[in-house]
Design a protein around this ligand. Structure first.
Ligand SMILES: C[S@@+](CC[C@H](N)C(=O)[O-])C[C@H]1O[C@@H](n2cnc3c(N)ncnc32)[C@H](O)[C@@H]1O
Length: 300
């Protein structure tokens, strides 16, 4: 069984509400995953020092753009948006609730902010932190990202400590974990998978702000809707016999449901027992899923 974590949205709400812990657990039951299979639901991410405003973000309205166009030579806008939200969260004066992504702010230069100029975060990152925090669209988005980043970081640390020797980041965008966790990952293989343009842009950008990539990091460009992910992973050195921690953060809402299922089947077929998948699952009306079937897709 691959352990899975779902960050979902309300199926009847187009823009989505991040579910509270109660609903998350209900979903786990609907998915026929046992509590032991289910990584801690997001509403139960009891991070030390978390203040109420961060917990509130879980149940608050959270609107986001469901279009993730891959334009020629341009990175995905949504990958910049979520990195911008992490950048904002990394400025929180309270270290207990600060987003730990220390590279996100450095990655958000004028060019990136221009690419998301229609979003309040673009201006917010140029404003004083306290002033920008008055805008709920900014603070709720940043709070959601703090939960997501820390939830995944914590689950990933546990997985590596329990013997996962491979980290695969699917639809990596501006994910900086390969740099942030250099020490933890020193005996691991890390594979970042993303659409070509976004990956090339991110790679150039992160090398310019954080230096050369760690030697154990490989970049693989894959279109989930068109390419053979399994083949690409194996060519990049993925080992089927070794435990893996897969991250699929904020991606499957942008790709066709058939490609989500195909990707899950690929992960299932490649994964050694004890591997973990953390993903955000968004049930837009066009992506309505039969949860029991979804769980069957995952179970080995
Ligand atoms: C919202 S971003 C999330 C990025 C990163 N996981 C994070 O949370 O910061 C969505 C990511 O999915 C990738 N993506 C969207 N459609 C894709 C596709 N068909 N094939 C490969 N990657 C895709 C984009 O390039 C982008 O990096």
């Amino acid at each position: 069984m691959i352990r899975a974590f779902f960050e979902g949205t309300d199926p009847d709400d187009r823009c989505g509400k991040i579910r509270d812990s109660h609903h998350d657990f209900q979903d786990a039951v609907a998915l026929r995953l046992t509590e032991a299979d289910f990584a801690v639901p997001i509403g139960k991410v009891l991070l030390p020092g978390f203040r109420e405003r961060h917990r509130l973000a879980i149940g608050a309205d959270y609107t986001f753009c469901m279009i993730d166009q891959q334009e020629e030579l341009m990175p995905s806008r949504t990958s910049i948006l979520v990195a911008a939200a992490r950048a904002f969260g990394s400025r929180d004066p309270d270290p207990g609730v600060r987003n730990p992504d220390v590279f996100a702010d450095k990655l958000m230069g004028p060019e990136e902010l221009e690419l998301i100029s229609g979003h309040p975060l673009s201006k917010g990152l140029e404003q004083d932190y306290a002033e920008a925090s008055q805008n709920p669209a900014i603070v709720l988005f940043a709070s959601l990202m703090i939960l997501r980043t820390r939830f995944i970081d914590d689950a990933m640390k546990r997985a590596v400590e329990s013997g996962a020797s491979q980290i695969v980041i699917l639809g990596a965008g501006f994910d900086s974990r390969a740099y942030r966790f250099r020490e933890l990952f020193k005996n691991c293989r890390i594979i970042e998978v993303d659409a070509k343009n976004t990956q090339e842009y991110k790679r150039r950008r992160i090398e310019s702000v954080a230096g050369q990539a760690p030697p154990n990091l490989s970049y693989v460009s894959v279109d989930f809707a068109a390419d053979d992910l399994g083949d690409a992973l194996l060519k990049a050195g993925f080992r089927e016999g070794e435990k893996c921690f897969f991250i699929w953060e904020g991606v499957c809402m942008y790709i066709p449901e058939a490609s989500v299922r195909q990707t899950l089947r690929t992960l299932r077929s490649l994964s050694a027992s004890g591997s973990t998948l953390v993903l955000g699952l968004c049930e837009q009306p066009r992506h309505r899923v039969d949860k029991a079937e979804f769980a069957r897709t995952l179970s080995v």
